[in-house]
Structures are given as structure tokens and as C-alpha cells.
Design a protein around this ligand. Structure first.
Ligand code: ACM
Length: 400
């Protein structure tokens, strides 16, 4: 480790194998780790005589992008921690560095919050598709205890991977409202969601929900050292806000022209809370819609690449994770042994060919592109086998 090493950044390294031995030189631990990963891969590749044969070589290697992510949706289906550790191991092999963890949605709230125990007592469980078939209603789901989260965060950090948590708001809130109906708009208690799509349940933008979310973020920030915290922002259809006299009164009192602006205001309040604690908000590209996004908010472009172009032109940092190109729950072939997924097919070759930096950006705008991320939504991926079938080898192509 040498802070003066002539490498291209903290994640880069130089690996030299010659008759003096093996040397890995890097400026920072991440680079050193990547060099060790490469050395291990070389040592395991193509040794036919039972020994380990290392050819003399010199490799100068470093990532093109600072953000090389994988998003796992643990809300639609729950993955046990051991499965997440397996995925983290694979990410380390591919020198990816951010696991974006989608922890709340209509179909489940997965993160234990000590101050609000019903989030997981009620919000982490739903009726399975076969409930009641053999008599008793059953429940389906699961959650991560804070101890399990700490272990996973440390396991990832040992592999130079940051876990960025996402709590989706103001939409995709049905499981939270099922746990605490006062978080919602109507006062009614829905069941935790059992179907897929865009559901109408929103958090209220009022002071009680904002106070709740700040207290939840206190626990989130204590668990996750990630500078970036994702607050979602996608697909919040505003029917409940439009129909609520209290929400309409709040919107007018704030002199906001419409419900998109109210979402922008609400997310802006929480972004400011994060900033006050040295953290930074990430959100899906809808956060650009209503204005009021803080300048330091980072945009995750998912509705194609237009969100990335708009965000970079407006001076926001941006990560490319467009649907359908980098949605690994898209089917990867049209053959009938594909186990499950969404249409249309996104092949290995298409992922490989993905152009990360939109060509219409000039050099200054392009500097706002932090990197790239594959998203794995799990509506169609209920087990580890489904998940791994969908992720690999397309994630390898993206990493390369
Ligand atoms: C998303 O796919 N709703 C971000």
C-alpha cells in the first residue's frame, strides 16, 4: 500500500509477476483488494498439472466508474442473509462496489426498526398465494434483524462493497401503512400487498409521517455507514393525495402548484435531514419531476436514459440503471428453459453492449455520471435459483 502509487485512483492497482515474485501495488485498500482478486483468478485459471502456475506479467487495472452497483429487491421476495452473502461474494469477484438494497415496498417491510416494531411484526408478512388451501391461513415473508444487517454490512465492507439501503417513499408504502395506518392518508389499514404493480397507498406528507421517517432514518444511518441513502420516489400515483382535504390544505399552505411538487417538497425535507447528518439522498428519476430536489441529490435513471440526460444537464450526479436494458429480471433468452422473468428479452450481448454515458452529454455533463447499476426486481424471482439464473452471467458482462 503506497499513497503515492502511480495508479489511477483508490480502486486501481498494479500487479507484477516476475522472477522476483508477485507484487501488488495500490494507493488504497480497495485497490489492493482488487489486485488480490485478480491474482486469485489467475492462480485458479487453467492449471492442468495440479499445481499453480503463474505467468510473468504486469497488469495495470482500475475501474472506469466510481459506482458499480447491483440492486436486489428483498421486498417482493425475501432472501435469507446467507444468499445475500453469496451474491456479495460474486460481486467482489467482479469488483463491483455498491449493493443497493431495496428494503421496503407494498409487499413487505424488511428492516427491523426498534422504535417501530410493527413494521416487521406486521409489515414483513403477507398471505402466500396458497393461503387457506389446506386449512389455516399461512404467512409468507421475513425480515432482517439489526444484528443481521450489521453482519451483512461488515461482510460487504470486508469485500470493499458498500451497502446502500433504500426505503421507498412516498409510494410503494403499502406494507408500512399496513403496520401503522396513521402513516397513510385515509386512516384505513390495508393488508400487506399480495399482487404486483403500482399500488395507491402513499405516506401522508404531514408532520407525523415526516417525524416517523426521520426516526426511521436515525436507525438506518446507525446501521449503514453508506454516504448515500436511497429514498425511492418512483411510481407514486397521487390519487390518495388528490382526494384528501388535509393533504390539499397542506399543499396550498405551502404554495405548491401540484402533488408532484408536494412529493418534491416532502423528499426535500428528508434529504435535508440526511444532509444535516452528513449523508446524501439518492432517488429514482421521478424526483426530478416536482422540483425542490436538493442540488446534491443523486438520480438513479430507470425510465430509459432520459432521466440521466436531464439530471446531468441540471447538474445532478446520476447513475445509469435503465429499464429494460439493465433490469436483470428481464428474460435473458427466448428459449423455453428460461425459468421466469419479464419481457422483452435482454440478452447477454445487449447488456455487454450497453453504452453507459449517453452520447448526447458533453464532457462537463458526463462528469456527473457516477456509474452504472443492474437492478434485480424479484416479483418473478422467488428463490435463490431464480435469482442467480437471472443475474449471471449478465452481471459479469456489465462489470466488464
Ligand atoms: C422502478 O423500477 N420502479 C424503479
Amino acid at each position: 500500500l503506497d499513497p503515492q502509487a502511480p495508479s489511477a485512483g483508490p480502486e486501481a492497482y498494479r500487479l507484477t509477476i516476475n522472477d522476483q515474485g508477485v507484487r501488488i501495488l495500490a494507493r488504497a485498500p480497495a485497490g489492493l483488494f482488487h489486485g488480490v482478486v485478480t491474482l486469485t483468478q489467475l492462480a485458479l485459471a487453467g492449471n492442468s498439472h495440479g499445481g499453480i502456475l503463474l505467468h510473468q506479467l504486469r497488469i495495470e487495472d482500475g475501474p472506469v466508474f466510481r459506482w458499480r452497483g447491483l440492486m436486489i429487491d428483498s421486498a417482493r421476495h425475501f432472501q435469507p442473509p446467507a444468499e445475500l452473502r453469496r451474491l456479495i461474494d460474486e460481486m467482489a469477484q467482479l469488483k463491483l462496489n455498491v449493493l443497493h438494497w431495496h428494503l421496503s415496498d407494498d409487499q413487505g417491510w424488511r428492516l427491523q426498526i426498534r422504535r417501530y416494531p410493527d413494521l416487521v411484526r406486521l409489515g414483513a408478512w403477507r398471505r402466500p398465494p396458497n393461503a387457506g388451501l389446506d386449512g389455516e391461513p399461512q404467512r409468507y415473508g421475513g425480515y432482517y434483524s439489526q444484528d443481521e444487517v450489521k453482519d451483512l454490512v461488515a461482510y460487504a465492507a470486508d469485500r470493499q462493497i458498500t451497502i446502500m439501503p433504500e426505503l421507498d417513499l412516498p409510494g410503494h408504502a403499502q406494507a408500512a401503512v399496513a403496520a401503522y395506518p396513521w402513516l397513510g392518508v385515509t386512516g384505513a389499514r390495508p393488508a400487506v400487498g399480495v399482487d404486483w404493480g403500482v399500488n395507491p397507498w402513499l405516506y401522508s406528507p404531514g408532520p407525523k409521517s415526516i417525524h416517523f421517517l426521520e426516526q426511521v432514518l436515525d436507525e438506518v444511518m446507525a446501521l449503514f455507514p453508506s454516504r448515500y441513502i436511497d429514498l425511492g420516489g418512483d411510481e407514486a400515483i397521487k390519487n390518495q393525495w388528490r382526494a384528501s382535504p388535509a393533504v390539499q390544505r397542506q399543499m396550498h399552505a405551502l404554495h405548491l402548484p401540484n402533488e408532484d411538487a408536494l412529493q418534491g417538497w416532502m423528499m426535500g425535507q428528508l434529504a435535508a435531514y440526511l444532509s444535516a447528518h452528513g449523508r446524501q439522498m439518492v432517488g429514482w428519476d421521478e424526483i426530478l419531476q416536482g422540483g425542490h430536489v436538493p442540488a446534491d441529490a443523486t438520480v438513479m435513471s430507470w425510465r430509459g436514459t432520459q432521466g440521466a440526460i436531464d439530471a446531468a444537464r441540471a447538474g445532478h450526479d446520476v447513475i445509469l440503471s435503465p429499464s429494460p436494458d439493465l433490469y436483470l429480471d428481464q428474460l435473458q433468452t427466448a428459449t423455453d428453459d428460461e425459468i421466469s422473468g419479464r419481457s422483452p428479452v435482454r440478452s447477454l450481448a445487449q447488456v455487454y453492449a450497453f453504452q453507459v454515458v449517453p452520447r448526447v452529454l458533453d464532457a462537463t455533463q458526463a462528469r456527473h455520471v457516477l456509474g452504472v447499476q443492474a437492478n434485480v426486481w424479484t416479483e418473478h424471482l422467488p428463490t435463490a435459483q431464480h435469482l442467480e439464473h437471472a443475474i449471471f452471467p449478465r452481471l459479469d458482462a456489465l462489470a466488464e
